[in-house]
Write a protein that binds this ligand. Structure first.
Ligand SMILES: Nc1ncnc2c1ncn2[C@@H]1O[C@H](COP(=O)(O)OP(=O)(O)OP(=O)(O)O)[C@@H](O)[C@H]1O
Length: 250
């Protein structure tokens, strides 16, 4: 089954002279259980694709289908959020500073209309590798990696099929990035999740994803398998340039 099918997606911000065409004619397909990466330089439109899907970029055209069902406009209903959840880059900004981990997870479970809240909170914490001792802590009592684990637990609360991951580890210390990436890999395997993941880090995408799209100036210039990336054989000149720049950084 195709979990996510995007055809001819255009996304823009502003009007007339101020208009920015952030995504132009993007097409991609992600099969159920697959992990798909979006790479490209800053401002190339990667995050905007995720934002358009979740209804955070109101002006778009083209076709976006989630498990076969077409989206329209920018309003997403409860059923959408039971299927699709997003994890943002910055776990510091995405958690309410005066809500404990327990409140964050319990309220999200309530919003999804689920019961057995207590048991589910316990399970969610265990699923993301946080023990029960974290349950009544506030965000400021957690490290960046622990906060991102809470944000992931919150995204998983409604048992979604698809996670949109926007640079999920780039705000974290290098030492904890790999732990969070490994957690995401484990969760995908255990829960049969589908990922659409943005990263500027090619090795991360090569490690995490089955396929990837290279973006430049709002357009997808090439879709390739991660094997193609790993073996250094992309077709498009721009993809090769990105790869060379990435190797030079290591
Ligand atoms: N709310 C907004 N209003 C106006 N322009 C925006 C808005 N959000 C994004 N843009 C513009 O859209 C373009 C694509 O931005 P986007 O954030 O999708 O890029 P990106 O590839 O994810 O970059 P980064 O890696 O820096 O996050 C950029 O030119 C950006 O300035």
């Amino acid at each position: 089954m195709i979990a996510l099918d995007i055809k001819g997606l255009n996304v823009w911000f502003g009007y007339a002279h101020d208009r920015v065409d952030a995504v132009k004619g993007a097409c991609l397909e992600v099969k159920q259980g697959e992990s798909f990466g979006l790479v490209g330089e800053s401002g190339s439109g990667k995050s905007t694709i995720l934002r358009a899907i979740t209804g955070l970029a109101p002006h778009w055209s083209g076709s976006v289908r989630i498990e076969g069902e077409a989206l329209s406009g920018a309003k997403r209903d409860r059923r959408f959020f039971r299927t699709v959840q997003m994890v943002f880059q910055d776990p510091y900004a995405s958690l309410h500073p005066r809500h404990t981990v327990d409140q964050v997870l319990s309220e999200t479970l309530h919003l999804h209309g689920l019961d057995n809240i207590d048991k589910r909170v316990t399970e969610l914490l265990a699923d993301v590798g946080l023990g029960q001792r974290f349950r009544f802590r506030y965000p400021h009592q957690l490290s960046g990696g622990q906060r991102q684990r809470v944000a992931i637990a919150r995204a998983l609360a409604g048992e979604p099929d698809i996670l949109l991951l926007d640079e999920p580890t780039s705000a974290l210390d290098v030492s904890v990035q790999a732990e969070v990436l490994n957690l995401l890999t484990d969760l995908r395997a255990r829960r049969g999740l589908t990922y659409l993941m943005v990263s500027h880090d090619l090795p991360v995408i090569a490690h995490m994803c089955d396929q990837l799209a290279v973006m430049r100036n709002g357009e997808i210039v090439e879709v390739m398998s991660s094997d193609t990336l790993r073996t250094g054989t992309p077709r498009h000149e721009y993809s090769q340039e990105l790869l060379r720049a990435s190797v030079a950084l290591q």
